[in-house]
Structure formats: structure tokens, C-alpha cells
Design a protein around this ligand. Structure first.
Ligand code: NAG
Ligand code: NAG
Ligand code: NAG
Ligand code: NAG
Ligand code: NAG
Length: 213
């Protein structure tokens, strides 16, 4: 009898855990571990750690859950779809210790055994109520909330840092004031999503032409 009770308690704990893991957002102080995923409210996009092909490196990526968008189903091997966006393409994690979190000081980071990958660190100290949410268009955004839980402002968004895939709502170009560039950059190869040799974006010489460099 006691064994059953323990078993039932264990199953309850497990199912709560997995229910929570299906949420679309994390709050300050919460984290997304290597084995968990965020799923957008409409179920079209998910965010999780993955290893491309035979690589053992771990990357945090956003994927489409819809087979019709699976343009590259053979790329990653194992029938996995290709990541539409990668948080740490040039900072692979070598084990499964990675976890995405909003640190107590408001930085958005992937914390792992050997250090932290910082996605955003310029959080104003006045911004206390923070949430990072995977939206229905595949954009992952760090937001400050008001006390009534409406959105105060967006501090950072993945759409400002495209990987190699342009999704509806993303843009390409250059912000002439800040110098920020929105461009697409190829993977090195199927096993290595690091920034490769080809970039597609606005001509840096200001001719207003989109070009592949
Ligand atoms: C990584 O970030 C966490 C959370 O802010 C912090 O506790 C830890 O010291 C950091 N580790 C390194 C190596 O910077
Ligand atoms: C943070 O937002 C929640 C709703 O999401 C609200 O209940 C809470 O009062 C807020 N806290 C602060 C300090 O604004
Ligand atoms: C929530 O709070 C903000 C700022 O305090 C306010 O501008 C907004 O109108 C409020 N929204 C609702 C639905 O009460
Ligand atoms: C947004 O948050 C800042 C800092 O907490 C606050 O000063 C400002 O009034 C907020 N804006 C709205 C619309 O609530
Ligand atoms: C931009 O201009 C420089 C100097 O005129 C030239 O060397 C370079 O090739 C140009 N780049 C592109 C992409 O046209």
C-alpha cells in the first residue's frame, strides 16, 4: 500500500512537472531545462534544446510544429525538423546542463556548467516584472509587465536576431541610428549551425539593395 502511495505521488509530481513544461513562457526566477520545452499558445511553434544531426553539442532552438513548414526534414537526421532560430549558434553547450532563465537581475541567459550565454543583459533596474514568452508567430520576446499583467514594453526579441530563416513578421535591414543589422546567415553545415560563410541582408554600402555576401 505504501509503495502504491509513493508511486501515485511520484506520478502526480511527474505530471505536474510536464504540464508546467508545456507553458509558453517563463517568469523571472523560472527556467527551462534541457529536457523541457515551451510551446506557443496556438501550438504552432516550440522552443527546446537539440543536437543537430550527429553532433553532441546542445543548442536552444525554435521549431515549427507543423509538418507543412518542414522544408528541411532530412537535414537534421532522425526526421527532426530544422531549427528556425537558434539562441546560441556560436556558443554551443557541450552537455545537457543548459537551462534558459531570467536571472534575478533581469538578464536573459542560458546558464550551463561552464558558464552563461547572455541573450540580453541591458534590463533596466526598474523593470521588475519580467516574462519571456514564445509568441504564436514564432517570436521569443522578453517583456516587462504592468501590475495588471498587461505588457509594459518589449526589451528584447528573437526576431531582431535572425538565424538563417525569415519568418513572417521578421525584417531585414540596418538601423542607421544604432547600426543594428537584421540579416540571415547560413549554417556552416548540417551538423554545425554556427555562423557560416553566406549572409543575406541589406547592402552595407547603403545602396538599398538586398544581397548575398
Ligand atoms: C551564470 O548566471 C547565474 C545566474 O545569474 C550566476 O549565478 C552564475 O554565477 C553565472 N555563472 C557564470 C560562470 O558567470
Ligand atoms: C507582476 O505581474 C503580475 C501579473 O502577471 C501581478 O500579479 C503582480 O502584481 C506584478 N508585480 C509587480 C511588482 O508589478
Ligand atoms: C493596465 O495598466 C496599465 C499601466 O498601469 C494601463 O495603461 C492599462 O490601461 C491597464 N490595462 C487594463 C486592462 O486595465
Ligand atoms: C512601465 O514600467 C515603467 C518602469 O516600471 C514605469 O515607469 C511605466 O510607468 C510603465 N508604463 C506603463 C504604461 O505602465
Ligand atoms: C562597399 O564599398 C567598398 C569601397 O568602395 C568596396 O570595396 C566593397 O566591395 C563594397 N561592398 C559591396 C558589398 O558592394
Amino acid at each position: 500500500m505504501a509503495t502504491y502511495r509513493i508511486l501515485i505521488a511520484f506520478i502526480l509530481v511527474l505530471s505536474c512537472h510536464f504540464l508546467r513544461a508545456d507553458f509558453n513562457s517563463i517568469l523571472k526566477g523560472e527556467s527551462l531545462a534541457d529536457y523541457q520545452q515551451l510551446v506557443s499558445a496556438n501550438g504552432f511553434f516550440k522552443m527546446q534544446f537539440f543536437s543537430p544531426g550527429k553532433s553532441r553539442n546542445r543548442y536552444l532552438g525554435i521549431f515549427s510544429t507543423r509538418p507543412s513548414l518542414d522544408l528541411y526534414s532530412d537535414v537534421n537526421g532522425g526526421g527532426d525538423e530544422k531549427a528556425l532560430w537558434i539562441a546560441n549558434r556560436d556558443d554551443p553547450i557541450t552537455d545537457t546542463s543548459g537551462s534558459l532563465m531570467i536571472a534575478p537581475d533581469g538578464r536573459l541567459i542560458i546558464s550551463h556548467k561552464e558558464g552563461n550565454v547572455t541573450l540580453f543583459s541591458a534590463t533596466p533596474t526598474t523593470a521588475t516584472n519580467l516574462t519571456a514568452i514564445l509568441l504564436d508567430n514564432g517570436n521569443f520576446v522578453l517583456r516587462e509587465l504592468n501590475t495588471n499583467s498587461s505588457v509594459n514594453r518589449t526589451l528584447w526579441q528573437s526576431f531582431d536576431y535572425p538565424t538563417d530563416t525569415l519568418l513572417p513578421g521578421m525584417k531585414l535591414g540596418i538601423n542607421l541610428r544604432t547600426g543594428h543589422k537584421w540579416s540571415l546567415t547560413s549554417w556552416v553545415n548540417d551538423q554545425a549551425p554556427a555562423s557560416g560563410s553566406f549572409t543575406f541582408g541589406l547592402d552595407p554600402n547603403g545602396t538599398n539593395q538586398l544581397m548575398i555576401l
